[in-house]
Design a protein around this ligand. Structure first.
Ligand code: NAP
Length: 479
């Protein structure tokens, strides 16, 4: 912790906020203050914008191989420092160390993946239909970007944006969530060490998100916004981006259905449920939010899930053997408590958990609710906590209709042993991603993203790079 930077990273140098403001970073397991980091204001944002704009032209001309090798070096350094980065993440965010190590590997993989993609940005050449004109197509970086990330995956949400932006030749300003700025600052130091030129990446940590971001979006010099966070904030930022017609990528909230059909393998379904629900203590946009279980299996599924959930060890993420760390803060935990109380009031039965423990830290126990009424608030709210809510169904058409009955469409999970059914149901689900007999879809080589109010565009995969590139077409008549 002692070596972790706590200042703003602008133009390749570390500095305090112009007005000297700082903000505390808390450990959610104890409530203790871990560090004070610089709290940027509008003046700092302007300075970061200037640095990104100044660096853009030269960076766009850097050879793809140069960009690729910086990413590759950064990948190697991140992997070498897995333990250090995992401890930092656990301290500021709360996830158990084993999960934090997993996130370091996942985050690093975006750098490796995009280091490989950086040298494969292709254009094209063609003869137009009139036979005389030629078309030359090239791909160019979109320009300086604003990247805004949430607290739930402090490292991976950054690398998933920084990786393709570097590969494409864009400069950028990263604004991490105020709860988890330390991981982003550590990442900036690693990229500098890996040889990233000054000004290509600038990091502004702040508790004044609106003051910092709105002028950047409206000012006309930032050409791209890549945002990961809640749908409500995404909507606001889309409106702010409209003024200067800023290109946007939006990775927003989810309300994932997890469907267990009567022909499912129950072992696979329970294993899948544990991953889809409990990864990151349920604080994931991909978290299963609504479990629809065929009525013939619901009791057995609920019993087995409750047994597995009840056996998980809750405690500080740094302690050996802990499976479930604290939630991010008291507000996050209060929301989970209210959603559970509302479901119980409407008739849900608590199979396990459901009671907030005494003592410090924002802990909440793994909880399984069954007989959940369809009008419960947790049916149309992201729970963002370790609570599985089970409903039953009898018919395929009915469950698809209920699964799609939400404004969100990020991911869905389908458990069935029938290939026909798996494909048929997946095609009818209004989601960007489907886990078929698996509770985990995230992979840097696959396009991650949602439909409806879960977002616009994709991150990762080959298309993740397209989000940071524009086409330029040259018309060349040949006489
Ligand atoms: P959030 O409240 O929307 O915040 C996300 C980021 O936006 C934070 O850095 C936040 O900073 C910033 N922000 C908030 N208001 C802003 C404004 N007016 N201008 C500029 N920036 C602003 O979301 P969260 O609670 O951190 O994260 C949880 C949400 O993220 C969930 O809905 C989850 O589903 C979603 N998520 C989606 C994906 C995906 O890939 N689809 C991945 C992970 C998480 P402040 O906190 O300072 O306001």
């Amino acid at each position: 912790m002692t070596d972790t930077p706590t200042q703003l990273f602008i133009g390749g140098s570390w500095s305090d906020a112009a007005d000297g403001a700082t903000m505390p970073v808390d450990d959610p397991a104890t409530g203790e203050i871990l560090a004070h980091v610089a709290d940027a204001g509008a003046k700092d944002a302007q300075r970061a914008e200037e640095a990104a704009v100044q660096a853009q032209e030269e960076w766009a001309r850097a050879a793809p191989r140069v960009r690729s090798e910086i990413l590759r070096r950064a990948y190697e350094i991140v992997i070498e420092r897995t333990d250090e980065l995992a401890h930092l993440m656990t301290a500021e965010m709360g996830k158990p160390l084993a999960e934090a190590r997993g996130e370091v590997a996942y985050a690093a993989e975006f750098f490796r993946w995009f280091s490989e993609e950086a040298v494969r940005i292709e254009g094209g050449h063609g003869v137009l239909p009139d036979g005389r004109n030629r078309m030359l197509l090239s791909r160019r970086p979109v320009g300086p970007c604003l990247l805004i990330t949430p607290w739930n995956f402090p490292l991976a949400m950054g690398t998933r944006k920084i990786g393709p932006a570097i590969a494409a030749g864009c400069t950028m300003i990263l604004k991490p969530a105020p709860q988890t700025p330390l991981s982003s600052l550590a990442l900036a130091a690693i990229l500098k060490e890996a040889g990233l030129p000054d000004g290509v990446l600038n990091v502004v940590t702040t508790s004044r998100a609106g003051e910092v971001c709105e002028p950047l979006l409206r000012g006309g010099r930032i050409r791209k916004l890549s945002f990961t966070g809640s749908t409500n904030v995404g909507r606001l930022l889309l409106a702010q981006s409209a003024e200067a017609v800023v290109r946007t990528s939006m990775e927003l909230g989810g309300n994932a259905p997890f469907i267990v059909f009567e022909d499912a393998d129950l072992d696979k379904a329970v294993d899948g449920a544990m991953v889809a629900k409990m990864r990151n203590m349920g604080e994931a946009c991909t978290a299963a939010n609504r479990f629809f279980v065929h009525s013939s299996l619901a009791e057995e599924f609920g019993r087995r899930l409750a047994e597995r959930m009840g056996a998980l060890v809750v405690g500080p993420g740094t302690r050996d053997g802990v499976d479930v760390g604290p939630l991010i803060d008291r507000a996050g935990r209060a929301k989970v408590e209210e959603l559970v109380a509302d479901a119980v009031e409407r008739g849900a039965r608590v199979l396990v958990g459901g009671r907030t423990p005494e003592g410090p830290g924002c802990f909440y126990p793994p909880t399984v609710l069954t007989d959940v009424a369809s009008d419960s608030r947790l049916m149309d709210t992201e729970i963002f906590g370790p609570v599985a809510a089970i409903l039953t169904f009898d018919d395929e058409d009915e469950v698809i209709r209920r699964a799609n009955d939400t404004p969100w469409g990020l991911v869905g999970y389908v458990f069935t042993e029938g290939l026909d059914r798996a494909l048929r149901v997946s095609e009818r689900l209004e989601v960007g991603m489907v886990g078929v007999n698996t509770g985990l879809v995230s992979n840097p080589a696959a396009p991650f993203g949602g439909v409806k109010q879960s977002g616009l565009g994709r991150e990762g995969g080959r298309v993740g790079l397209d989000e940071f590139l524009e086409y330029q077409y040259l018309a060349v008549p040949v006489r």
